[in-house]
Design a protein around this ligand. Structure first.
Ligand SMILES: *Cc1c(COP(=O)(O)O)cnc(C)c1O
Length: 409
C-alpha cells in the first residue's frame, strides 16, 4: 500500500466526472484485448514520471541553454534521456523533445529540406504515414512527394521500383518505414539508392524502434542520416517522439525541433522517456521484444488457419496485416464485429485492391504476459467473434484478459 494518497483518489474527490472517465478507460484497457499495433502498456514508473512535478516546468531550449530559470532538474532529466537514448541505440546524438512521431518527422524535414523539394516515400495507399506526403498533412502541401509501392503479390517493397523512381525524380530525401509493414525495410538497399542519387535517407522507425531497442529488429541507425521514432509503440514509453542522428546533423536537428517547429518541451514526458529508455536497456526488455515477435509469428499463422489472408505471408515484427475477404467480410466489418466482442484493433490498407484489411500487433498483450498458447486462444476468439455469438465471445475475452492484468510482465 502506498503511504501517500494515490492521485486518482484526489481526482475523485475534486472531479468525480473526470475520475469516472479515467477509471472507465483503465477498465476498458484491462477488460478488452488491446491488439492495436501502435499501442502498448507503459510501466507504473513511466506513468509516475508523467504525473510528476516536471509537468509544471517550462524549459525552452536545451540542457545548459534554457530561456527559463529553475531548469536544474529539467536539465538532469533531459540529459539522462539523451544519454540513455544514445547508449540504447548506439548513436551520437538524440533529440528527445519531439511531442510526437509526426513532430519528429516534421523536424527532420525542416532540418534537411526546403519547401517544394522532392521526397520519395512509401505511398499512403501502401502504408505510408500521413507525414509521408498526404495532401491532408503539411508534408503533402509543402513538399513534392513521390510514392513507391509494394508488390501486390508479395506485399514487399520493390527496390527496383524505388531505384527507378529515385533516378527519375532525383529526390532530396528518401523516407523508409511505414505504418503497416510486417517486414523490415532493407536499410542497406535504401542507403545505396540514396547515395546513388545524392539524397538524404530518413528512416521513420516509429513502429519497429522498440524491437530495435530489444535487439529483435535490424537497426536503421548505421544506414539512415536521420532516424525518426515514437516512444510509445513497442518501445513502451510515454506518448512522444525522438530523433536519432550522427553528430554532423545534431545542430540542424536541434534547431529544427526548437525553435523552428516547437516551443517548450514537455519535461515530464522527457523524464518518462528516460525511464522507458532505462527499462529498455535491461535484459528483461530484450526478452520482451523477442517474445513480441514470436507471439506475432504464431498469431499470424493461427489467423491464416482461421481463413484470413496475411500479407507477406507472415511477419518479422510485432505487426500483422490480415485480409478477411476469405471470410466474406472486409476490414471495417471485421473491426466492428471484433470490437463488439471486446477485441480492439485497426483497419488498414491492403497491398492490392480497394478493400481495407485489419492491422494488429502483439506489443500490448505480450506486456501483459501472454505467450504462444494465448495467441492460439486469441485466434479462436477471432473466429468466435466473426462467426459466433458476440456476447458469449465477449465473456470469453473478459476471462482471458482477467488472467493477464496490464502493468505486470
Ligand atoms: C505512429 C507513426 C507516426 C506518428 O506518430 P504520432 O506520435 O502519432 O505522431 C509516424 N510515422 C509512422 C511510420 C508511424 O507509424
Amino acid at each position: 500500500m502506498s503511504v501517500i494518497t494515490p492521485p486518482t483518489d484526489l481526482l475523485r474527490q475534486q472531479d468525480p466526472q473526470m475520475a469516472d472517465v479515467l477509471a472507465g478507460e483503465a477498465q476498458r484497457q484491462a477488460g478488452t484485448l488491446q491488439l492495436s499495433a501502435a499501442e502498448n502498456f507503459t510501466s507504473p514508473a513511466v506513468l509516475a514520471a508523467l504525473g510528476s512535478a516536471l509537468a509544471n516546468k517550462y524549459a525552452e531550449g536545451y540542457p545548459g541553454r534554457r530561456y527559463h530559470g529553475g531548469c536544474e532538474y529539467a536539465d538532469l532529466a533531459e540529459r539522462a534521456a539523451i544519454e540513455r537514448a544514445c547508449a540504447l541505440f548506439g548513436v551520437e546524438h538524440a533529440n528527445v523533445q519531439p511531442h510526437s512521431g509526426s513532430a519528429a518527422v516534421l523536424a527532420a524535414y525542416a532540418a534537411l529540406l526546403r519547401p517544394g523539394d522532392t521526397v520519395l516515400a512509401m505511398g499512403l495507399a501502401y502504408g505510408g504515414h500521413l507525414t509521408h506526403g498526404s495532401p491532408a498533412n503539411f508534408s503533402g502541401r509543402w513538399f513534392n512527394f513521390v510514392g513507391y509501392g509494394v508488390d501486390a503479390e508479395t506485399g514487399l517493397v520493390d527496390y527496383h521500383q524505388v531505384q527507378n523512381l529515385a533516378r527519375t525524380h532525383r529526390p532530396k530525401a528518401i523516407v523508409c518505414g511505414s505504418i503497416s509493414s510486417p517486414r523490415h525495410p532493407e536499410y542497406a538497399a535504401f542507403r545505396e539508392i540514396a547515395d546513388e542519387v545524392g539524397a538524404f535517407l530518413i528512416a521513420d522507425a516509429a513502429h519497429p524502434i522498440g524491437l530495435v531497442a530489444g535487439g529483435a529488429a535490424p537497426s536503421p541507425v548505421p544506414y539512415a542520416d536521420i532516424v525518426c521514432a515514437t516512444t510509445h509503440k513497442v518501445l513502451r514509453g510515454p506518448r512522444g517522439g525522438m530523433i536519432l542522428c550522427g553528430s554532423e546533423f545534431a545542430e540542424r536537428i536541434d534547431r529544427a525541433v526548437f525553435p523552428f517547429t516547437q516551443g517548450g518541451a514537455q519535461m515530464h514526458t522527457i523524464a518518462a522517456k528516460a525511464v522507458a529508455f532505462g527499462e529498455a536497456a535491461a535484459p528483461a526488455f530484450t526478452t520482451y521484444a523477442h517474445r513480441v515477435v514470436a507471439n506475432a509469428r504464431v498469431l499470424a499463422q493461427e489467423l491464416e488457419g482461421c481463413g484470413f489472408t496475411v500479407t507477406t505471408g507472415g511477419t518479422d515484427t510485432h505487426l500483422i496485416v490480415a485480409d478477411p475477404a476469405g471470410l466474406g467480410i472486409d476490414g471495417p466489418t471485421a473491426r466492428a464485429r471484433l470490437a463488439a466482442a471486446g477485441i480492439v484493433l485497426d483497419t488498414c490498407a491492403l497491398p492490392y485492391g480497394d478493400q481495407r484489411g485489419i492491422r494488429l500487433g502483439t506489443a500490448a498483450v505480450t506486456t501483459q504476459g501472454m505467450r504462444e498458447p494465448e495467441m492460439a486462444r486469441i485466434a479462436e476468439l477471432f473466429t468466435a467473434a466473426l462467426t459466433g455469438n458476440a456476447t458469449r465471445t465477449r465473456t470469453a475475452v473478459t476471462e482471458l484478459t482477467g488472467g493477464f492484468p496490464p502493468y505486470q510482465e
